[in-house]
Ligand binder design. Structure first.
Ligand code: F6P
Length: 505
C-alpha cells in the first residue's frame, strides 16, 4: 500500500508524519505497530474490493436499504450533512426535515433561561452519545457553557434516580425523555417517576407541561405521554439508536454549550463522512482501521481489542464504543443467514494512564494478544499551570506502552519476560473540541459499518437484545406475587424458579 502521506485527503499540519501514518480531517492514524507488511496490506485492500466495500459505502450514503433485515437505510450521515445537499430516500429529500429539527434545536437554545437542571432520560443509544459529549466537552478549556446541571438517568435502579432528584430543583428543571421507540421500559418508568416527583413538589399541570420534552421516532407515543407537540423533537426509523447522537438526541450538547458548538460537533462528523465516502481505500482511515482488525483476527485469532483514550475527557468513549461495535456487529449469522466467519471481538477500555494501573499487566504478559487503539490528544486539555508538564507525561506513557507492547523484552527470569509482538494503532487528535470529538465518533461509526461489510454482517439491527426483555416479564410477575413456591414452567426454568423463591422468601 502507498504510505505516502502526501496522498492523503487532508494534510497533517503539524510537521513530519510518521512512516505508516495517514490523516483525515487532521486526525492522524499511525498503524506502524500493527506490523502489517506491504504484501499483507495489498491483500487486505484486495479483499476489501472483493467484498464490495466501495459499493457498500456508496450504497450507505445513497440511502439504499443496507439494513436488509429491517428493510431500511442507515442514513445517520444525513443528520450531520451540514451542506444540506439532497439525500433522497424513497423519492424524497430528507434534508428539509433534518434542517427543520436543527432550526428548532437552535430556537430552544435561545429560549431556555433560568434553567438550573436538565434531566435527560434515556438508555443505550439514547444515553451514551450525549453523556459522552457533555463530559468530554466540559474538558475544553474556556468552552462557553450555560452551566446547567446535566443529569443522565438511564438505569432502572432507583439509586441513579434518587441521586439526581436529591440534587435537582423541581421548579427550574427541564426533563428530556429520549427514546427512539418510546416503549423502552427503563425510560418510560423513569419518566413516570420524574413526573411523580414534579407533582410531589407541587408543580402544576401547566408547569409540568412546560417542563417535559421528548426526542423520539414514535411521536404518537410521546403525545400519549402528555408531551406537547411543539416539545417533541422527531427523528426517523432510518437512524439506529446507537448512531443517533447527531439527531435531537444530542440536544443537551446544544443546550449546554450552545448551538454553534453542536454545529461544530456535526461538522467534524460530516468531514469524516466525506473522507470515508470519497477517499481511496488505501488512505481511508475507517477502512484502514477495519482492515487492521481483520488482519489481527486472521493472524492471531484475536477475541478482544481495547480502546484506551489518553484523555480523561474521553473516559466515556469506550462505553459508547462498546454499544456501537458489539450491538452492531456482535453476531454469528451473516447477511445471507449463514454462520459468519468473523464478527465483533469484545471491546473494552478506559482512560489512560489509569488503565495502565489496572489491566495492562494482561496486555503485556497475558497469553492472549489484544490489539489496542491508543487515542491521544496533542494539546493539553486544561489551562492549569501544570498542564504542559502533566500532558508530556500523559503522552510519554501512551507512546511508551505502545513501544513496550510491540517489542517486548528478554530477561533471564521468565517472570520478567515481555513477549512483545502485540499490535496497536495510534490515533492522534490535534486538540479536544466539539469538531474533533465529532470526527472521532464518526470515524468509529464508519469503521463499524466497514467491518460489517467486510464480515458480511448487517451492522444496523440488534435482534439479540429482545429475548431477555421478553423473559423478564413473567419473572417480574413471579417476583411481584411474593410467592416462594413458584414452579418451573414454559417461561421460567427450575434454576430461575429457585432463585425467585429464594428472593421471595
Ligand atoms: O435494547 C437495546 C436498545 O434497543 C438499543 O438498541 C437502543 O439504543 C436502546 O435499547 C434504547 O432504545 P430506545 O431509544 O428505543 O429507548
Amino acid at each position: 500500500m502507498s504510505l505516502n502521506p502526501d496522498a492523503n485527503d487532508h494534510q497533517n499540519t503539524h510537521g513530519p508524519t510518521p512512516n505508516e501514518a495517514h490523516s483525515a480531517v487532521d486526525v492522524l492514524l499511525d498503524t506502524a505497530y500493527q506490523a502489517i507488511d506491504q504484501a499483507s496490506w495489498a491483500n487486505l485492500f484486495e479483499f476489501a474490493r472483493k467484498s464490495k466495500l466501495p459499493e457498500f459505502i456508496a450504497d450507505m450514503f445513497a440511502g439504499k436499504h443496507v439494513n436488509q433485515s429491517e428493510d431500511r437505510p442507515a442514513l445517520h450521515a444525513a443528520l450531520r450533512n451540514l451542506s444540506k445537499s439532497p439525500i433522497i430516500l424513497d423519492g424524497q429529500d430528507v434534508m428539509p426535515a433534518v434542517a427543520d429539527v436543527w432550526r428548532r434545536i437552535e430556537a430552544l437554545c435561545n429560549k431556555w433561561v433560568g434553567v438550573t437542571d436538565v434531566i435527560h432520560i434515556g438508555i443505550g443509544g439514547s444515553d451514551f452519545g450525549p453523556r459522552l459529549a457533555i463530559e468530554a466537552l466540559a474538558h475544553v478549556p474556556n468552552i462557553e457553557t450555560r452551566g446547567m446541571r446535566m443529569h443522565f438517568l438511564a438505569n432502572i435502579d432507583t439509586a441513579e434516580l434518587a441521586r439526581i432528584l436529591d440534587r435537582a430543583q423541581p421548579n427550574s428543571t427541564r426533563v428530556i425523555i429520549v427514546s427512539k421507540s418510546f416503549t423502552t421500559l427503563e425510560t418510560t418508568m423513569n419518566a413516570k417517576a420524574v413526573v411523580a416527583w414534579l407533582k410531589a413538589n407541587n408543580c402544576t399541570k401547566g408547569q409540568i407541561a412546560k417542563t417535559l420534552f421528548a426526542v423520539t421516532a414514535n411521536v404518537s407515543a410521546a403525545k400519549d405521554f402528555d408531551i406537547e407537540e411543539d416539545h417533541i423533537f422527531p427523528f426517523w426509523d432510518w437512524v439506529g439508536g446507537r448512531y443517533s447522537v447527531w439527531s435531537a438526541v444530542g440536544l443537551p450538547i446544544a443546550l449546554q454549550y450552545g448551538f454553534k458548538t453542536f454545529e461544530e460537533f456535526l461538522a467534524g462528523a460530516h468531514a469524516m463522512d466525506l473522507h470515508f465516502k470519497n477517499a481511496p481505500l488505501e488512505s481511508n482511515l475507517p477502512v484502514i482501521m477495519a482492515l487492521a482488525l481483520l488482519h489481527q483476527q486472521e493472524k492471531h485469532g484475536i477475541k478482544a481489542y481495547a480502546a484506551i483514550p489518553y484523555a480523561d475527557a474521553l473516559d466515556w468513549f469506550p462505553k459508547w464504543l462498546q454499544q456501537l461495535d458489539m450491538e452492531s456487529n456482535g453476531k454469528s449469522i451473516d447477511k445471507d443467514g449463514k454462520p459468519a466467519k468473523y464478527s465483533s471481538p469484545v471491546v473494552f477500555g478506559s482512560a489512560g494512564s489509569n488503565a495502565q494501573h489496572s489491566y495492562f499487566q494482561l496486555f503485556h504478559q497475558g497469553p492472549e494478544i489484544i490489539p489496542i487503539d491508543f487515542i491521544a490528544v496533542r494539546k493539553a486539555m486544561s489551562d492549569r499551570p501544570e498542564a504542559l508538564a502533566h500532558h508530556r507525561i500523559l503522552l510519554s506513557n501512551c507512546l511508551a506502552q505502545a513501544q513496550a507492547l510491540a517489542h517486548g523484552k528478554e530477561d533471564s527470569n521468565p517472570n520478567n519476560v515481555y513477549p512483545g509482538k502485540r499490535p496497536s494503532s495510534l490515533l492522534l487528535l490535534p486538540e479536544m473540541n466539539a469538531f474533533y470529538l465529532g470526527a472521532l465518533l464518526a470515524l468509529y461509526e464508519n469503521r463499524a459499518a466497514a467491518l460489517g461489510a467486510l464480515w458480511n454482517i448487517n451492522s444496523f439491527d440488534q435482534p439479540g437484545v429482545e429475548y431477555g426483555k421478553v423473559l423478564a416479564k413473567p419473572i417480574e410477575k413471579a417476583l411481584a406475587s411474593g410467592s416462594d413456591h413458584v414452579l418451573a414452567d414454559d417461561s421460567v426454568d427450575a434454576i430461575t424458579a429457585a432463585r425467585i423463591n429464594f428472593l421471595n422468601s
